[in-house]
Design a protein around this ligand. Structure first.
Ligand code: FES
Ligand code: FES
Length: 159
């Protein structure tokens, strides 16, 4: 039997979106295909790489394995919602300054995880950073610079 389609209402980057989509669809597919927010990346599709990380009520989720129904009535923040007009978020600035990427495919997920970490722990230790980022894979191997960027971002967000 076909799944019934009831509207799902999500605040995405501060804008309320009404979506007529199957409730079991992944949040990632709805963000990318229905809303055109392709900054959130598809990597493994199995919750293992972190490329698809977005924030749901301020907490990081793997959007590829999160049914969109989990976001119903809640707030989602994606990489597109971080900058304010022409001003980058401090974590984005720090990633640029520390050159914490090469191809950049993992960067949106890393950035969203880092934002959530610094919100929760304004001065994370290196161990806390390593733990928070441990589920994120970077095929380009920029891990050391990512750690540097997160320290730098924490400094910027204290100012
Ligand atoms: S694409 Fe979601 S964790 Fe890899
Ligand atoms: S910068 Fe290429 S995967 Fe991380």
């Amino acid at each position: 039997m076909a799944e019934s389609i009831e509207p799902i209402i999500i605040s995405v980057n501060g804008t309320e979106r009404r979506l007529a989509v199957e409730r079991s669809r992944s949040l990632l597919s709805v963000l990318r295909i229905e809303l055109g927010l392709t900054g959130t990346k598809y990597g493994c599709g199995a919750g293992q790489c972190g490329a698809c990380t977005a924030l749901l009520e301020g907490r990081p989720v793997r959007a590829c394995v999160t049914p969109v129904s989990h976001a119903d009535g809640r707030a989602v923040l994606t990489i597109e919602g971080l900058a304010e007009e022409e001003t980058l978020h401090p974590v984005q600035e720090a990633f640029l300054e520390a050159q914490a990427f090469q191809c950049g495919y993992c960067t949106p997920g890393m950035t969203m995880e880092a934002v959530a970490l610094i919100w929760q722990k304004p001065r994370p230790s290196e161990l806390e950073i390593r733990e928070a980022m441990s589920g994120h894979l970077c095929r380009c191997g920029t891990y050391a610079r990512i750690i540097k960027a997160i320290h730098l971002a924490a400094d910027k967000m204290q100012r």
